[in-house]
Design a protein around this ligand. Sequence first.
Ligand SMILES: [Zn+2]
Length: 279
Amino acid sequence: MNMNQHTIKQAYHFEGKGLHTGTYAHMTLLPAPANSGILFRRTDLPGQPMVEALAEFVTNTARSTTLSFEGAEVVTVEHILSALMGLGVDNALIELDNREVPILDGSARLYCEAILKDGLEDQGVARRFINIPYGLEVRDQRSGSWVRIEPADAPSADVTVDFNSPVLGIQETHWDLQTDYATEIAVCRTFCFYREIEALIKNNLIKGGDLDNALVVTDEGYLGNPTLHFPDECGRHKLLDLLGDIRLAGGYLNARISAYKSGHTINTKAVKALRALLK
Ligand SMILES: [Zn+2]
């Protein structure tokens, strides 16, 4: 792929319930002009308010990433943002008629299948890679997790999963512009640990969750014995999530991103710090 900006060829529709709120939404991905970035529009609200996919609009990171701006709230933005980032889509408008992006099968597979069927639209304008003056690191002392962003010649990301789980063990995954995102990363599903489920239900965080859209990791294996796409599907999903959160930088970073035991809170903290540093 050349290094021009790209958008999608036509409109694509998706619908379904959100993982966290359980609300049912219709979503339409639409092409957008060069240099417009990625925007969400709430078509169900008066005035159809929009929120841009930028870290300064992150308002909640409990199990998923929520953006809000002047009444336009959108929950669980990370999988669609990851798909657009992974496929090389610079500009798109995402219309939604409810609060939360549909979880679909818990991965970014359906987005990739729809978009790649037609290929991308070359917009004839050079992509503006974001250069960073120096590196930064964000750490969470309690969990031991960290995210590091260092200047580099091209975008890349590495994630290490190490959740003290005998089933997952330690998983290390990598992405760069040469990675075949659609087959290597997009198909990997959301996961949670069986021991967390009770607390998640009590806190109303998985109203739309079931075994069709999430892998549930027990101490012995996976609940319901699903067929995994990769032995390290969970680690690859963490990378999928990281790419979605990193897109909140506003574009492709000439940076090497490394993350250890990452999640939406620390991912978006790092990108917020980066956005502040670029201002
Ligand atoms: Zn996810």
